[in-house]
Design a protein around this ligand. Sequence first.
Ligand code: HEC
Length: 134
Amino acid sequence: MAVCISVIIDIFIPLIKTLMKKITVFTALAGMAFALSYCNVSKKAANKAVAMNYETNVKEIIAANCSPCHFPAEGGKKEPLDSYADVTKHIDDILRRIQLNPADRGFMPNRHAKLSDSTINVLKQWKTDGLKEN
Ligand code: HEC
């Protein structure tokens, strides 16, 4: 009986030990996988938070600075810039013109002060982010 118990102990203790090690390794791996996936999710969320889009970031800037001249509904007779389609169509020309010196030919907004750097950067970033509508 005593032999039997010692055999059982001899066999089972190492077995349990390896099992525990495996469980520890497994738990660590699972923990790491979870942490990584969590990092990814929060990174995606952060990217999404800064991605510029027309509805939230661009529309107001254009309305505030390019009306009434480019807003037909307000009597503007210049190239319309009152929709997502029109602004995306002209984005390269818009970016070029708003970065000119006010004294240069073609500068926009025509007969107004130059837009602030941060406003210009919003439009640049919007293009970098892929000209999203919303
Ligand atoms: C006071 C009126 C006025 C305002 C405000 C104004 N523009 Fe203009 N815009 C004009 C005039 C006039 C022209 C035509 C002359 C020219 O092409 O330089 C023009 C032309 C343009 C063109 C070229 C259109 C084409 O037919 O290819 C673009 C692009 C443009 N403006 C962008 C803007 C943007 C962007 C803003 C706002 C940041 C703005 N404009 C504000 C009067 C204005």
